[in-house]
Design a protein around this ligand. Structure first.
Ligand code: TYM
Length: 317
């Protein structure tokens, strides 16, 4: 007897160009599980509104993220790929979850505290962000959520929100688990800190050769060390041990940071060039067509779940 596949859900904010931290920390896991799981992926544009106010940029980054995901190999014939704002059930469920959780519970969010400490506006959307993310995950009866380490607490929030709802209104939601791959849980940027759009230390996933060169040449190196650790940390995303040994255990390369950086530029270019080409062949129209189809499929699933939720909370007459 064929058993149903487990559900995998994940999302990415269209808040700027995707970078290799997104790829290795999360998106690669999306790709690796497209066969084994029943996958639903979202471009979470309403989450991006917590920080992005320029409508032109929201539009540009959303379309761009859809193309990026198609170019890396998200296959709309295998997985559902949709735009969060097109499925209004997400904001609807988020409201119901907001009414179940307390302010002190949301105040425990590291992401919220970090963002406000960095000077981001403490808007109410940013504060209740974890419940919109919980709604994303819970609407699809999700089993696993592949993410980077920085999203661990958000998946815990989703689990706790599910438990609170189930406790208040009888069993309705599955409690999801995070899927975090240990050695890529926190991909470092060009300064050795976590790679992040907001730190300006990224290597864009669809960088041109010039952009790759500029980013790699900006990697901070400490000339007193055995090897340039920040370069090595990025290089090991692309090479296996024997590939790394050829560079980092090669006596003729020792201390030659410029040569080592040039080798990283070549390896990045080898990795990025085919995806860049594929992306250049995806038109705006095709991206919109695919996201429209995916959003309809997601809507059907979310609507069924919300009908159950409305009935359970008592608003269905
Ligand atoms: P976002 O858009 O910031 O990032 C997308 C994914 O990339 C991972 N990531 C990293 N992983 C390792 N090292 C890094 N340096 C690095 N930088 C980013 C993130 O952990 C994430 O998995 N809140 C989410 C978006 C979201 C979501 C969801 C995710 C909304 N709803 C439901 C999963 C399920 C976010 O801001 O990710």
């Amino acid at each position: 007897m064929e058993t149903a596949k487990k559900r995998l859900f994940s999302g990415v904010q269209p808040s700027g160009p995707l970078h290799i931290g997104n790829y290795f920390g999360a998106l690669k896991q999306w790709l690796d599980h497209q066969e084994e799981y029943d996958c639903v992926f979202s471009v979470v544009d309403y989450h991006a509104l917590t920080s992005l106010k320029d409508p032109k940029l929201v539009h540009e980054y959303t379309l761009s993220a859809i193309k990026d995901l198609l170019a890396i190999g998200i296959d709309p014939n295998k997985s559902i790929l949709f735009q969060q704002s097109r499925v209004s059930e997400h904001t609807e469920l988020a409201w119901i979850l907001d009414c179940l959780v307390t302010v002190p519970f949301l105040e425990l969010s590291h992401a919220y505290k970090d963002k406000v400490a960095k000077g981001l506006e403490a808007n109410a959307g940013l504060f209740t962000y974890p419940m919109l993310m919980a709604a994303d995950i819970l609407l699809y009866d999700t089993d696993v959520v592949p993410v980077g380490e920085d999203q661990r607490q958000h998946v815990e929030y989703a689990r706790e929100a599910a438990a609170k709802f189930n406790n208040a209104y009888t069993q309705t939601f599955k409690e999801p688990k995070e899927m975090i791959v240990k050695n890529v849980a926190i991909v470092p940027g060009t300064d050795g800190k976590k790679m992040s759009k907001s730190y300006g230390n990224t290597i864009p996933l669809f960088a041109t050769k010039e952009e790759i060169t500029k980013a790699v040449m900006s990697i901070v190196t400490d000339s007193s060390g055995e090897r340039p650790e920040n370069v090595f940390a990025i290089h090991k995303l692309f090479l296996d041990q024997s590939g790394l040994d050829k560079i980092y255990s090669n006596p003729t390369m020792r201390g030659k940071y410029k040569l080592i950086k040039e080798a990283l530029i070549e390896d990045l270019e080898k990795f990025i060039a085919p995806m860049r080409e594929k992306r250049a062949n995806i038109s705006d129209e095709e991206a919109v067509r695919i996201i429209n189809e995916g959003s309809e499929k997601a809507k059907a699933l979310a609507a069924a779940k919300m009908a159950e939720v409305r009935s359970k909370v008592g608003v269905a007459l």
